[in-house]
Design a protein around this ligand. Structure first.
Ligand SMILES: NC(=O)c1ccc[n+]([C@@H]2O[C@H](COP(=O)([O-])OP(=O)(O)OC[C@H]3O[C@@H](n4cnc5c(N)ncnc54)[C@H](O)[C@@H]3O)[C@@H](O)[C@H]2O)c1
Ligand SMILES: O=C(O)C(=O)C[C@@H](O)[C@H](O)[C@H](O)COP(=O)(O)O
Ligand SMILES: [Zn+2]
Length: 360
């Protein structure tokens, strides 16, 4: 059964979640007022595995298509790839009514949506996400980005898509490592706002590890719903939306420190989540048992929970560039208990240093 979540934001749109739902993409395109030409942006791995499937659906419409695939990986969230996408759009005569379809993981989604939001000051955008991270998080809510040498996601816009089609069938080709690593972003929703989801993950861990598709589709739906609730309340991250950054302040610094080569986004976020949970414990916001529940759940998915032997000041310096830091004051998302988050900006450097060291 297809489940539809409507996001009411500056542009309202539906998120369609199901196993095998691309017929709905066909109907959406047929009923749209777009120019009958579509630009598909993807990476070479997704193209190799799934492009023919996507095209077999596009061919059921009267849209003509052009496809641009770039090298997979975080390093493609760059100004060079961005300008290659602009060149591709210009060479193929894209105009303000031709939709761009982002087909892939969060890297594809972030850069393709940034291109869609800036090309001709904005062209229609459709997400067809193919990883757990992109299905539960990055295709929803309109954050677009490329990286800068000085930090992750430093250049970006808020730009809501016209539609999101989450087909969990695409997940079948993910390796176990790629599949389960992404659970740090899922556990995040449990910690910051959804105690039931956290308990569900603890209870149904065996089923999840077997990749039971009904259980996985339920979890993906819950995450998409949780994120859309936040977006509707605070689309542009003026306050509440920052809680979606639980684990990210340190996580982004770790990714950047290792030049995006050692840890994936979800792995670095996992380390950042243990750090945020430890800070919460040391500040008396949660008890030790809750800290270990968070750490243990991450470990069930084989996610990293220790910080490398890096001088803490190096990570603190990178964190100063975080978008949540204002006037040099760092902001952290902490937890007051499973299902509850708070925003804290009064944490001194010695506590940060001490906590980083304790997790090494
Ligand atoms: N905009 C947001 O709100 C938001 C939210 C979360 C994460 N992000 C961003 O998303 C990125 C991480 O996304 P990700 O984890 O999807 O990584 P990714 O896009 O790098 O994809 C991971 C790998 O999986 C491959 N892949 C994609 N789909 C596949 C499939 N179905 N089968 C087999 N292989 C497949 C890709 O080619 C890639 O090699 C980071 O850049 C992060 O900053 C953005
Ligand atoms: O959508 C959001 O808001 C998030 O924070 C989701 C995060 O998982 C995601 O990694 C996001 O790109 C981080 O945002 P940033 O503003 O810290 O770059
Ligand atoms: Zn994230």
């Amino acid at each position: 059964m297809n489940q539809i979540i409507t996001v009411n934001a500056s542009q309202s749109y539906n998120i369609n979640v199901s196993y095998d739902n691309l017929n709905d993409l066909v109907n959406f395109l047929k009923n749209s007022n777009f120019v009958r030409k579509i630009f598909i942006i993807s990476d070479t791995t997704v193209c190799r595995l799934h492009l023919q499937t996507l095209l077999s659906y596009i061919e059921q419409t009267n849209f003509v298509y052009s496809v641009y695939c770039f090298e997979p990986g975080e390093q493609s969230k760059s100004k060079e790839v961005l300008f290659d996408i602009y060149d591709f759009l210009i060479e193929n005569n894209a105009d303000r009514k031709t939709p761009l379809l982002a087909f892939g993981g969060g890297v594809v989604g972030d850069i393709a949506s940034f291109a869609a939001s800036t090309f001709m000051r904005g062209i229609p955008l459709i997400h067809v996400p193919t990883t757990i991270v992109s299905q539960t998080d990055s295709s929803i809510g309109g954050k677009t980005a490329i990286n800068h040498a000085k930090g992750k996601n430093l250049i970006g816009t808020f730009y809501q898509p016209n539609a999101v089609f989450i087909d969990t069938k695409f997940l079948d080709t993910l390796s176990d490592e790629e599949f389960f690593n992404a659970f740090s972003e899922i556990i995040k929703y449990g910690i910051i706002m959804d105690k039931q989801l956290f308990e569900f993950l603890e209870t149904y861990i065996d089923d999840i590890l077997k990749r039971n598709y009904k259980t996985i589709t339920k979890i993906i739906y819950d995450c998409a719903k949780n994120k859309s609730i936040i977006i509707q309340k605070d689309e542009k991250e003026l306050g509440l939306r920052a809680i979606l950054n639980f684990g990210h302040t340190l996580g982004h610094a770790i990714e950047a420190f290792f030049e995006y080569k050692k840890y994936t986004h979800s792995q670095a976020v996992s380390i950042g989540e243990v750090f945020a949970a430890k800070l919460s414990y040391k500040l008396g916001l949660i008890d030790e048992k809750t800290f270990y529940r968070i750490k243990n759940l991450l470990e069930k998915f084989n996610l990293p929970t220790k910080i490398d032997k890096i001088e803490p000041i190096e990570l603190i310096n990178i964190m100063q560039h975080d978008k949540k830091s204002k006037g040099g004051i760092l902001e952290f998302i902490l937890t007051k208990g499973i299902g509850e988050a708070i925003i804290a900006n009064d944490i001194n450097n010695s506590l940060l240093t001490e906590t980083i060291r304790e997790l090494q």
